[in-house]
Design a protein around this ligand. Structure first.
Ligand SMILES: [Zn+2]
Length: 131
């Protein structure tokens, strides 16, 4: 019989594999999208740079930070819209670069805030019954 700790360990491993699988799918999709339309790659790296700007904005005081956050958010929306247009133009689905999590409530992390997500509870139950 598995201990509570082992059951949780198995459940967290499963959730971590789901996230890894999604990341791999995302990487493969990005490679494909860039091969069909290199501009998508440029836009995605621009998106990556905005996340660096986001972390830098934490260094500023709250008023200035808010201004920066608004600007970055507008910039992000603009870039994402351009990416979406290019995806559609190249006959790729809109969610192609952002594959959905198996559980959209917790994004495959097992928690919604501090509460256990229903998918984690289900996973734990299935591990217990499999024993
Ligand atoms: Zn969940």
């Amino acid at each position: 019989m598995l201990s509570k700790k082992e059951i949780y360990k198995q459940a967290y491993t499963e959730l971590s594999q789901r996230r890894l699988k999604r990341q791999l799918k995302k990487d493969i999709h990005l490679k494909h999208a860039v091969s069909v339309c290199p501009e998508i790659g440029e836009l995605c790296s621009k998106l990556g740079k905005t996340s660096i700007k986001l972390s830098k904005s934490l260094l500023y005081n709250s008023d200035y930070r808010l201004k920066i956050l608004n600007r970055i958010s507008c910039e992000n929306i603009k870039i994402q819209n351009e990416i979406n247009k290019l995806l559609i133009k190249n006959h790729l689905p809109r969610d192609f670069l952002f594959p959905k999590a198996e559980c959209e409530k917790c994004d495959d992390y097992g928690f919604v805030g501090h509460e256990k997500c229903s998918c984690l509870i289900k996973l734990i139950k299935s591990i217990i019954t499999e024993e």
